[in-house]
Design a protein around this ligand. Structure first.
Ligand SMILES: C[S@@+](CC[C@H](N)C(=O)[O-])C[C@H]1O[C@@H](n2cnc3c(N)ncnc32)[C@H](O)[C@@H]1O
Length: 266
């Protein structure tokens, strides 16, 4: 397979396709990255000409789904940016003391599951009842999430007592890996969901996490997404974003929460 050459026109068509399908903003500086993603799909589809592949892509809904899956950045790890999660769980514990209930949480770009499982083990530790909807646009990360098997590296931030309690250590061929225990996975529902194009669920959540995905969106898309997710929250519910993300300069109805990083309230 020769080197990939794409014209500016082809680049524009591709970046418009990615934007329309996922909200991901691929600018010209990401040309090499885009080429590597095309090359990956060409290898999988066994199409040796780039021109032929692009033609195939533009005419196949199934290939568009696979291509978008390849374009997404899925980096995640357990207990990532955990202060906002800790503070959110403290607030839920206080509410639970007033009136015990099942808290509904939505991890709206959950990637390989590290985030919803991190929330789940900390909810279990506080003896809080919960259900988690964990969604992502990428079916391949959802498969990994449902498998629940991770390298030791991915769980390096998990406090040791929690690691021993909620994860099973791999043996034999699985040395160096851990598996999330059934009691953690029990209340988590993994589903495919596109933040840009899928209708927001009718049910209302106590917490919506949408972290480290809006960094790939432009302001127009971010504003659209944060306002769509507003409708999924109960009044008083928490909206949690990533540390590198901000709602500054966007039109929205959230209130920020004092002394709590990256957290907003309806
Ligand atoms: C970098 S990961 C963040 C994972 C996790 N929230 C965290 O903070 O560690 C970003 C995830 O957003 C997902 N994503 C990108 N565009 C999306 C969209 N339009 N709808 C839903 N998920 C999307 C990607 O597939 C990827 O798994």
């Amino acid at each position: 397979m020769g080197t990939i050459e794409i014209s500016n026109r082809e680049f524009n068509t591709l970046s418009q396709l990615i934007y329309a399908e996922s909200g991901i903003n691929i600018h010209i500086g990401k040309m090499e990255l885009l080429k590597s993603k095309i090359a990956k799909r060409m290898r999988t589809t066994k199409i040796s000409s780039c021109h032929e592949y692009l033609n195939y892509l533009m005419n196949s809904k199934a290939e568009i789904t696979e291509f978008i899956d390849t374009v997404t950045t899925n980096h995640s790890f357990f207990f990532r940016e955990n202060t906002s999660i800790q503070k959110m769980i403290q607030a839920l514990s206080i509410e639970n003391k007033k009136q015990a209930r099942i808290f509904k949480i939505w991890c709206a770009a959950c990637s390989t599951g590290d985030e919803p499982y991190s929330v789940a083990v900390q909810m279990l530790e506080q003896e809080l009842q919960f259900s988690i909807l964990a969604t992502d646009i990428s079916h391949s990360v959802l498969n990994t999430a449902m498998r629940g098997v991770y390298s030791q590296e991915r769980v390096r931030n998990v406090p040791i007592p929690i690691l021993h309690k909620y994860f099973q250590k791999g043996i034999g061929q699985n040395i160096g890996y851990v598996k999330v225990r059934k009691e953690v996975t029990r209340n988590i529902d993994f589903k495919k969901f596109n933040l840009i194009t899928d209708p927001i669920p009718d049910e209302k959540f106590d917490v919506v996490l949408c972290r480290n995905v809006m960094i790939y969106f432009d302001d127009t898309t971010t504003e659209k997404v944060v306002n769509r997710l507003y409708h999924a929250l109960k009044v008083g519910g928490f909206f949690i974003i990533g540390q590198a993300e901000s709602l500054m300069n966007l039109i929205h109805h959230y209130k920020s929460v004092k002394n709590t990083p990256s957290t907003f309230q309806k």
